[in-house]
Design a protein around this ligand. Structure first.
Ligand SMILES: *Cc1c(COP(=O)(O)O)cnc(C)c1O
Length: 376
């Protein structure tokens, strides 16, 4: 018998009540029934984002909303800053390239976070820069960026501040309005706890003003069209309405716990994972570790082997990408995760480390993770 535990940084485990919602019979999306659900979801999404801004819902994976965050606000030849500290920062760079933008790429070492001072200097040197693109959590390295400080810097300039919070929203803190985020992108299969297929984009008044002038080509992702439909609790094209119905259930779970408590739970679980791996003498890959996931180095061992061995036991984690391939495993306690998941992941990791011949004190990781969860 195989029983699986999904600790990958998306997709994540989907709660039973959400799965049951997804098992309901099909209905038509041009209906009062859908409009009611969509208006509820939009109100709840704003509470999770902690924003008064409109939030556009796209039937697309997270990268679709990332593309929307480019094409809706810019024109060919516009200047932008892209922060690149891993696979997803690289995605901003590639999107900006694909659309012929003039970009100042701020390349930082994998595992490190951008320095807001550096961004401030770049913006001061060129007031024609239209937008700054970053991540909240760079998922390829498990690194949390200082979005609050970056937001404070960008808010002083004419540029808009665009944050990919696809893995971060509802795991790490991002009060969108308080932190002056103009455009915040999220995805459904991360801490929002539903399957892949939806992505989201909040848009501030500052960003809507740019949208009025933006001439990059767009059709499906046109946010102005989506905003018109949104006013009538509708979408321009067929939405993945069954996923939106599922989201209505998962957002209820998040708001019942409160978004602050959800973030605090993620912080607590991530701290316990870090305590566990520290006791096993495994270094963290990130200098500024996120709540959403923990990237763990496997010195002297092939991380891909560790990942495969964990898989044999039904424990699903992610490996490293590009320069981190074979060097790290990434364990996400994201969304539908609790103390037992941490204990399961850490003790399973210990078992696999024993199997591959790594030298450590058996139980050290488990004891440290448990002590952390107990607040000891
Ligand atoms: C998962 C993720 C994405 C990619 O989203 P897709 O749904 O795979 O298109 C983008 N950015 C970050 C930070 C992510 O974690």
């Amino acid at each position: 018998m195989r029983k699986e535990y999904l600790y990958t940084p998306g997709p994540v485990a989907v709660p039973p009540d959400v799965l049951l919602k997804l098992a309901e019979p099909m209905y038509h999306h041009r209906s009062k029934r859908f409009q009611t659900i969509f208006s509820e979801v939009n109100a709840k999404l704003k509470q999770v984002y902690r924003t008064a801004n409109d939030i556009i819902t796209y039937t697309a994976s997270g990268s679709g909303a990332m593309e929307a965050a480019i094409v809706n606000f810019l024109s060919p030849g516009d200047k932008v800053i892209t922060i690149n500290g891993g696979k997803f920062g690289e995605r901003w760079v590639n999107l900006a390239k694909a659309y012929g933008l003039v970009q100042q790429e701020v390349k930082i070492a994998w595992g490190s976070a951008p320095d807001p001072k550096e961004i401030e200097t770049l913006l001061a040197a060129d007031p024609s820069i239209k937008a700054v693109y970053t991540q909240l959590v760079e998922t390829s390295t498990g690194t949390l960026y200082d979005v609050q400080a970056l937001g404070a810097v960008v808010a002083q300039t004419p540029a808009i501040f665009v944050v990919d919070a696809i893995s971060g929203l509802a795991a790490d803190d991002i009060p969108v309005d308080a932190w002056q985020v103009d455009v915040c992108v999220a995805g459904s299969q991360k801490a929002l706890m539903i399957p892949p297929g939806l992505s989201f984009m909040s848009v501030s008044e500052k960003a809507w003003a740019l949208a009025e002038k933006a001439t990059l080509p767009k059709f499906y992702f046109d946010a102005r069209k989506a905003r018109k439909a949104l006013a009538k609790h509708d979408t321009p094209y067929t939405p993945a309405h069954t996923l939106i119905g599922a989201l209505n259930v998962s957002l209820d779970m998040i708001l019942k716990e409160t978004i602050e408590a959800v973030v605090a739970r993620h912080a607590r679980l991530a701290a316990a994972v870090r305590a566990g791996v520290a006791a096993l003498q495994l270094p963290l890959y990130s200098k500024r570790p996120a709540n959403a996931l923990t990237a763990i180095e496997t010195p002297g061992m092939d991380a891909e082997v560790i990942k495969k061995e964990l898989d044999k036991d039904g424990i699903l984690v992610a490996g490293g990408q590009d320069e981190a391939k074979g060097k790290i495993i990434r364990i996400a306690m994201m969304g539908y995760a609790n103390d037992a998941d941490v204990m399961n992941a850490v003790s399973s990791l210990e078992k696999v480390l024993k199997r591959v011949g790594y030298a450590f004190t058996p139980g050290a990781g488990v004891a440290a993770a448990q002590a952390s969860l107990l607040g000891a």
